[in-house]
Write a protein that binds this ligand. Structure first.
Ligand SMILES: [Zn+2]
Length: 183
């Protein structure tokens, strides 16, 4: 049988550098952008003092600093990033909270809290901008899926691709008297 009785600890197989790389790919699929002003004009500013894989940045547009974890659910959390990433991985395998807690040596409450946070997304939600003065809203179409009515979607200028399939809100005030919509 060999040494199959040896316990393999999954956390020791995980590389911190890969974990930070994973976070960057998840939150910035189009390249690093400033969490404060969304600018892509960003320069690297060395690494974190205690976590050498954690990249720091300076935004050239608003001159504020941030790093890989700024505004994410991982920032300031006592669990190391690799525990979160493994948690995400196990969620992808459909493991129960109980099972995840066991694999990662967490208590069940922590595992429960982490999985529910991860389901909300890794980037913290910004408060919606407050609208001031008069706000006018023109007519809007709401296309909530197009099951059985593909021709409706085509008529309204939607595509059969990704957007049309997940409920599409399109304001098209200038087209409302277009003959395309009359019948
Ligand atoms: Zn900025």
């Amino acid at each position: 049988m060999g040494d199959t009785g040896v316990m393999i600890h999954i956390q020791s197989l995980i590389d911190d550098a890969k974990c930070f790389e994973t976070v960057r790919t998840l939150r910035w699929p189009d390249g690093v952008s400033c969490p404060h002003c969304d600018s892509f004009d960003v320069t690297k500013q060395g690494r974190d003092d205690t976590q050498p894989e954690r990249q720091r940045y300076l935004c050239q547009a608003c001159e504020r600093r941030f790093d890989d974890l700024t505004d994410t659910i991982f920032a300031g959390h006592h669990q190391p990033l690799r525990v979160w990433i493994l948690c995400l991985y196990f969620m992808g395998l459909n493991l129960s909270n109980h099972h995840i807690a066991h694999e990662l040596d967490l208590n069940k409450d922590d595992a429960q809290q982490m999985t529910s946070q991860l389901r909300q997304g890794i980037v913290l939600k910004k408060p919606s901008p407050t609208l001031t003065d008069e706000v006018e809203c023109d007519e809007a179409y709401i296309v909530a899926g197009h099951k059985g009515k593909p021709e409706e979607v085509v008529k309204k200028g939607g595509t059969a691709g990704a957007d049309a399939s997940r409920g599409n809100v399109a304001a098209a005030p200038s087209q409302r008297r277009s003959p395309r919509f009359s019948g």
